[in-house]
Write a protein that binds this ligand. Structure first.
Ligand code: ATP
Ligand code: MG
Length: 453
C-alpha cells in the first residue's frame, strides 16, 4: 500500500491530518519499532505490559512515514504526522480491508489445523513461476498479522498468499471478510484447539468460516478425504468448490505416489507426467496437491508447477532436514505437534529407507483439552516399534506415550530436561541414523537438534 496521509484518513473515515502532513506518503505498515521500514505507517497498541504510543516518536525518527494514535491515549503529538482513531486494532483491520477492496491483486487464503504455513510456502513458490507473488511472513496469521500482511502487499503484486489461523469461532470469519479471498484452501481438520472448541465438528465449522468473505467468483479448495469437510461443502448452497486428497473420489488425486528421503513424486489422476514435490512426508503430498489445485486454477501448466516446486522457500522447523555433526540426519519438525501431525511425521519415519536405525524424539502435545492423556497414549500404542526401536520422550504428558511404548520395546526413555535427553540420545547415535524430533512449540525441542549441529 502506498498512500498519502490524507488518503489514509479518508479510508479510515477519520479526521483529516493537519494540512502540513496531508501529502506525506506512507508505504506499508508496522507495529514494531525494531523491524519498522522507512515510510511505514506505525500502528501503536496499548498492551498489558507496554503501550506502543510511547514509541511513536521513536518510530518516526527511525523513518516511519506516519502513525495512528488511539484517542483515549492523552497527549497526542501535534507536531507529528498522526491520525487519531478510536481503536488501533479495528483501524488496522479496517484499513487493510479498504486497501484490499481496491482490488490490485488476487488473494489466496489458507486455513486448516495443520499444514497452513507449508501449503502457503508451496502455493507462493509454485505461483511465482508465472506471477509476482507475496506471502505471509512466517506465521503472521492472526487478527493483527493478517491485516498487516495485506497492508504490506505492493500494488504491483499479482497474488497475495495469506495464512489464516484461529483459536475459536468468529476469528476466521473476521479474517476472511478483511481479505475477501478469490481462492480459499482448507488443508485439514485435526485436533488443535479441541480444548476451546469442544469437538472436531466444531473445529471444522470454525475453519469453514473461510468461505464467508469469499469473492463473488471465489472458489474453495478443500481436503476431500475429511468427511467433516465434505459434509459442510454439501450443505453450503451456491458454493463453488473442488476437493483434493488421496482418495480417487476427489477432483484431484495422485494415481501413483513415490515417497523417499528427498520428497515425493506423484502422477495425477488423468495425467501421464510426474510432478516432484521436494518436501518430506506423505502429508506434504496433500499440501502439494493443494498447491497444484490452486496453480491449475490460476492457469499454470504442469511444467510451470514442477519448476515452481523446485524453487520454493520453506519456513524452518517443518520437516526440515538437518545434517548432524556425526553423519546422522535429523528431521526437525519441532515447530508444533498435534496427534494428526505426530502420526503423519511417524509414518514418514516408518516408511523412510535409512542406512542406520530410526529414532523418535517426541515431546508433549499441548492444548488438547480433557482427552490429552488418551491422545498421548494412542500415539504410544500405534507407534511401529519394529521400525522405530528407540524412543526418547520429553515433558510431563509424553510420559503417557512412553508408558504405552515401553510395553512393546525396551529402549524407551522419559525426560524433563533437554540436557539429559541430549546426553542419552548421544549414546544411541551412529552414522546413517535418522532421528525425528517433534513436539509442541512450548517444548522447544529444536534445542535438542542444536546440540548436534
Ligand atoms: P500453525 O497452526 O502452528 O501455524 P500450520 O498449520 O501453519 O501450523 P505447518 O507449520 O505448515 O502448519 O506444519 C506444522 C506441522 O504439521 C508440520 O511439521 C507437519 O508435521 C504437520 N503437517 C503439515 N501438513 C500436514 C497435513 N496436511 N496433514 C497433517 N499434518 C500436517
Ligand atoms: Mg502456521
Amino acid at each position: 500500500m502506498k498512500k498519502t496521509l490524507k488518503e489514509i484518513a479518508a479510508m479510515l473515515h477519520a479526521d483529516a491530518p493537519s494540512p502540513e502532513f496531508a501529502d506525506t506518503v506512507v508505504e506499508g505498515a508496522s507495529i514494531n519499532t525494531l523491524t519498522i521500514q522507512p515510510g511505514n505507517l506505525f500502528i501503536p497498541f496499548k498492551g498489558e505490559r507496554t503501550d506502543g504510543h510511547k514509541y511513536v516518536r521513536q518510530a518516526l525518527e527511525k523513518g516511519a512515514g506516519a502513525a495512528l494514535w488511539q484517542k483515549d491515549v492523552p497527549d497526542a503529538p501535534e507536531d507529528l504526522p498522526v491520525i487519531l482513531v478510536d481503536d488501533s486494532e479495528k483501524a488496522l483491520q479496517h484499513l487493510a480491508a479498504a486497501y484490499r477492496r481496491e482490488n490490485h491483486f488476487k488473494v489466496v487464503a489458507i486455513t486448516g489445523s495443520n499444514g497452513k504455513t507449508t501449503t502457503k510456502d508451496m502455493i507462493a513458490g509454485v505461483l511465482s513461476t508465472k506471477y509476482s507473488v507475496q506471502k505471509t511472513d512466517g506465521n503472521f496469521n492472526n487478527n493483527l498479522g493478517l491485516p498487516l500482511t495485506l497492508l504490506n502487499i505492493k500494488e504491483t503484486t499479482d497474488v497475495a498468499v495469506l495464512e489464516m489461523g484461529m483459536s475459536g469461532f468468529g476469528e476466521i470469519e473476521l479474517l476472511s471478510n478483511i481479505a475477501t479471498p478469490d481462492i480459499a484452501v482448507i488443508t485439514n481438520i485435526g485436533e488443535s484447539h479441541l480444548q476451546d472448541l469442544g469437538s472436531r465438528e466444531n473445529i471444522a465449522k470454525a475453519k469453514f468460516e473461510i468461505i464467508s468473505g469469499l469473492n463473488q467468483n471465489g472458489i474453495l479448495f478443500y481436503y476431500g478425504d475429511e468427511p467433516l469437510l465434505r459434509s459442510l461443502v454439501e450443505k453450503a448452497d451456491g458454493l463453488k468448490s473442488a476437493s483434493y486428497g488421496y482418495d480417487e473420489t476427489n477432483g484431484l488425486y495422485p494415481r501413483k505416489t513415490e515417497i523417499d528421503e528427498a520428497g515425493s513424486r506423484i502422477q495425477l489422476g488423468t495425467e501421464e507426467a510426474w510432478v516432484s514435490i521436494p518436501v518430506l512426508g506423505r502429508h506434504n503430498v496433500l499440501n502439494g496437491l493443494a498447491a497444484i489445485r490452486t496453480a491449475l486454477h490460476l492457469g499454470l501448466t504442469l511444467e510451470e508447477i514442477e519448476e515452481g516446486f523446485g524453487k520454493m522457500e520453506m519456513t524452518a522447523m517443518r520437516m526440515e532436514r538437518v545434517e548432524g555433526s556425526g553423519g546422522e540426519v535429523f528431521i526437525n519438525d519441532t515447530y508444533n505437534a498435534s496427534p494428526t501431525s505426530v502420526m503423519a511425521a511417524l509414518q514418514f519415519l516408518e516408511e523412510a529407507k535409512v542406512e542406520g536405525k530410526k529414532i523418535a524424539v517426541l515431546g508433549d502435545m499441548l492444548e488438547l483439552g480433557e482427552n490429552e492423556e488418551q491422545f498421548h497414549r494412542e500415539i504410544g500404542q500405534q507407534m511401529n516399534v519394529n521400525e522405530i526401536p528407540v524412543l526418547l520422550t520429553f515433558g510431563p504428558r509424553s510420559r503417557w506415550l512412553a508408558e504405552e511404548a515401553i510395553l512393546r520395546t525396551p529402549l524407551v526413555y522419559w525426560f524433563r530436561d533437554h540436557a539429559e535427553l541430549v546426553r542419552e540420545l548421544k549414546k544411541h547415535l551412529s552414522k546413517g541414523d535418522l532421528i525425528l524430533v517433534k513436539g509442541s512449540r512450548g517444548m522447544e525441542l529444536e534445542k535438542v537438534i542444536d546440540a548436534f549441529r
